[in-house]
Design a protein around this ligand. Sequence first.
Ligand SMILES: *Cc1c(COP(=O)(O)O)cnc(C)c1O
Length: 345
Amino acid sequence: MQSLKDLVRPNIWALEPYSCARDEFKGRDAHVFLDANESPYNTPRNRYPDPLQEKLKIRLAQVKGVPAENIFLGNGSDEAIDLVYRVFCRPCVDNVVAMDPTYGMYRVCADINDIEYRAVQLLPGYRLDADALLAAADRNTKVMWICSPNNPTGNDMDRKAVQRLLTEFQGIIVIDEAYSEFSDLVPMRQYLGHFPNMIVLNTFSKAWASASIRLGMAFASEEIIMLFNKVKYPYNVNQLTQNAAMEILQDIEKSERWINMIRAERLAMLPNLQELPIVKQVYPTSANFVLVRVTDANAIYHYLVDKGIIVRNRNRVALCDNCLRITIGTKEENSELLGALRSFQ
Ligand SMILES: *Cc1c(COP(=O)(O)O)cnc(C)c1O
């Protein structure tokens, strides 16, 4: 890995962050708060939230097995994705390399930040092409995007190839593990200490069933987390979200039961989908969705919409022609979908 200083944008390296009132006062005993121009009324909503979400991070550290100082929390993983560009990539100068197809936000944020986005197609079977990813990188490639299990293909990226990228690529590698709870592989955040150039993303939106609260996590070296904290909005995670997250973390077993139910439903759905005459291929999945190649994705998509069933049409995505991405729902939802697909002509 290149030195962090050489990877970070010079203006961000030199940045003196905004110091908010709640930053300057740190946990000493006080009962009169006249420092932040808050209203004294409407407790507890009147107070600014903890800008670094310390209580929540201490709890997450236990659950995720990652020290609190290696955790960043943002307004969804999407905030962390955008911050990667804002911290590391000089607009119109630097570039990033990503596997293709993958999650669309990596490209959207590149476009917003005016960063060149180099998409490298996956190999047959949607396998990672480590040689091609490394070959696409040059002196100004600051970041490589890996999504595993990948959206929209659903499969795990080969661990040997990922490990090779982590050791051979000189820049930052982001591994988006939004779906890792649905995979049998050990989550990459467990190997944080081995790879100083690795940033792992997790989210409350999928397995933890809390997409509405907008809370995403990034795990990385303490130095990278400090850079994220310097650039983020001071109060980027509101108090309602922090409270809701503490609540879901109080009953981890409930989330685990949900995950197990989704895994069981996934297992049941695969052969049922496979035997439909309109289905040409069901791709292997380690996520809470499955990519299915059908005879006519557009027609089937609109047919389902008319029945009030919405799936994701990925027909126009690279390597996904005539593919639908289907989320695993409840048993009832899944059988309604299967019933509808069985009567499609
Ligand atoms: C759903 C998803 C996310 C989650 O984004 P949030 O902003 O945390 O809701 C992140 N990455 C991938 C690949 C996803 O599919």
